[in-house]
Design a protein around this ligand. Structure first.
Ligand SMILES: [Zn+2]
Length: 267
């Protein structure tokens, strides 16, 4: 059988086998275009391309371990702690963070330089973890790029004729746009994850303040929707005041962040 036909048929089988799934973050039923097992295949396929296109990994093992340790602390309390999460700091100068399906998360040097505490780093990573857990990334990729293109690139090492290269696809992945609802859910569920992991939730409000002052820089993910940081600060502050008014014992971690990240990047 012709290879493209095989891919098309396997794509169709995926569609028929999946249908609806409960989003663990919202508790709502959602139409999923491919099964969760494909998330890891897609994430692991495109992660090296994302790294390459965003300047590669920051060559500082201590910094990478620190970013990973903060991410893992949140991953343990999220709705899908069984997934294997990978947190990587990239050289890219834009102020950005992004997630691929299956648990591949990235934060840029541009973003790390603008943050001032571990709680702020936790806020960015928690927001991205929600996109993975809720499968926003999987949905948006299949809607905006096309499930057949994504899967054919995963199933085959060669670039099928007429289909985009992995590099082209990665550029599209970097430009994906989440819905306003997905962004608000990622903010609020991310806030819950932060507190569960022991972080002061005001770290997320502070990152919104920073993003607002960075408006002109326009990071790819965090400003891709029309949700203004100001609106986000309002609903986040309301949620903290009604749900998390007792902040005793929650970590801010300015010194740790300074030592493990800012000092390293200024060296
Ligand atoms: Zn987002």
């Amino acid at each position: 059988m012709h290879k493209n036909l095989v891919l098309l048929i396997s794509g169709l089988i995926f569609c028929l086998c999946t249908g609806c799934a409960i989003n663990p973050v919202t508790g709502e039923e959602e139409l999923m275009l491919f099964p969760e097992e494909q998330d890891i295949a897609i994430g692991s396929k495109y992660a090296p391309e994302v790294e390459k296109q965003m300047g590669g990994r920051i060559a500082n093992e201590g910094l990478q371990n620190y970013v990973d340790s903060v991410g893992q602390r949140i991953a343990r309390v999220c709705h899908k702690p069984h997934l294997e999460y990978h947190f990587v700091a990239l050289e890219d100068k834009s102020v950005n963070a992004l997630a691929l399906p299956g648990g591949y998360l990235f934060i840029t040097k541009g973003m790390l330089k603008e943050l001032t505490s571990e709680a702020q780093l936790a806020a960015i990573l928690a927001h991205e973890i929600v996109h993975v857990v809720a499968r926003d990334t999987s949905n948006v990729m299949s809607n905006q790029i096309g499930i057949d293109i994504l899967l054919s690139a995963v199933l085959s090492d060669k670039t099928p004729r007429g289909v985009l290269t992995a590099a082209d696809l990665t550029r599209q992945i970097l430009g994906l746009q989440y819905s306003r609802e997905d962004e608000e859910t990622a903010d609020l569920a991310g806030l819950d994850y932060m507190v569960l992991a022991g972080y002061n939730p005001y770290g997320m409000v502070e990152t919104m303040q920073m993003l607002q002052s960075q408006q002109e820089v326009r990071p790819i993910e965090f400003f891709s929707t029309h949700l203004s940081p100001q609106n986000r600060m309002i609903y986040l502050t309301q949620r903290i005041q009604t749900k998390y008014y007792n902040l005793a014992g929650l970590k801010v971690g300015k010194e740790d962040y300074h030592r493990a990240v800012l000092k390293q990047l200024n060296n």
